[in-house]
Design a protein around this ligand. Sequence first.
Ligand code: SF4
Length: 247
Amino acid sequence: MTQTIEKLSSADLAELNSRFESAPPEDVLKWVDETFGSSAVQVSSFGLEDVALYDMYWRVNESARIMTLDTLRLPTETYTLFDQFQLRYKVEIETHHPDLEAVRAMIKEKGFNLFYKGVANRKFCCNVRKVEPLKKALAGVDAWVTGLRRDQGMDRGSIDIVEWDDAHENYKVNPLANWTFEQVQHYVKANSVPYNELHDRGYPSIGCAPCTRAIEPGEDLRAGRWWWEGDPDAKECGLHIVEAAAR
Ligand code: SF4
């Protein structure tokens, strides 16, 4: 965290969240832009929520920053979307990669597809390819903006729109916290926002290629993530539960 941003009191944070609950996401993004400027960044995995959110953020500030974690195992369609996004918004996506030595050591010890051999291995891979790179990427960032929604379930059910993130010592802002998936779909369509073509092939939630499959009608929206594990409450990679555990 930079020295210029003061930590809000619990009362101020509660008042802010109360105000934002009935405000459109654009108002939240204007507050982010006015309060944090270029020390705020959207952290995006380029899911449907993320692309809608960046379109809103870009309309507030055409220089709004966006970063992503390239785990080196993403689907080709996601890389295609990165290219489309850079052309559409004339923005440089700040791309962060895992430490290659850590990846090599992990593969040497556990194999390329270690994630299929138990939850501990999967979490280890997510830690090397996502959690650790995110920690480095957020150094010096005062506020990170995410596309999390409460009705995605798991720990996301209780998120606030503006939260203090103990793990990264900055603010975490979730402007779409009270949106539904249908609202996101409508926004993307109404504003011709570029999106991952895998969404049209039954993938509502997209992560790394080997860990994501299409879902069947009626399945939970995140059922295609780490589907072999079965437990719907465990479908997080650790990016958004580090701070939950600290709360
Ligand atoms: S989603 Fe799969 S490939 Fe990607 S970091 Fe996690 S375990 Fe590794």
